[in-house]
Design a protein around this ligand. Sequence first.
Ligand SMILES: [Cu+2]
Length: 119
Amino acid sequence: MKTITWFLELTATVALALALMPGSTPLLAVSAGDKAAAGASVKIDNFSFGPTEVSIPAGATVTWTNNDDVPHVVASDDKLFKSKPLDTDDHFSFTFSKPGTYMYYCSIHPKMTAKVVVH
Ligand SMILES: [Cu+2]
């Protein structure tokens, strides 16, 4: 038991040392930056999606956030994705793997429409 505890402490110390190494910091920063640049965020506010069109590379994720005080549903015209009803501050994410133009709407308020362009 004592041996295992010693081993875990050593592992934790090595992991901490690696995390604190200056060389590892730019690597983490680059991957975080790439992810932020590739994906897109859409806000739902005042019964509309904003922006109404986002353009992303294939493999990127779009995240919707409901800033309204009524529920909304994010649903694609081609039934590729559909969120549960999103309450205030709820999120819904979908990763688009194939290029194309994806029209979507709110199934509770069908006049709310927007699109995602994947290139
Ligand atoms: Cu709605």
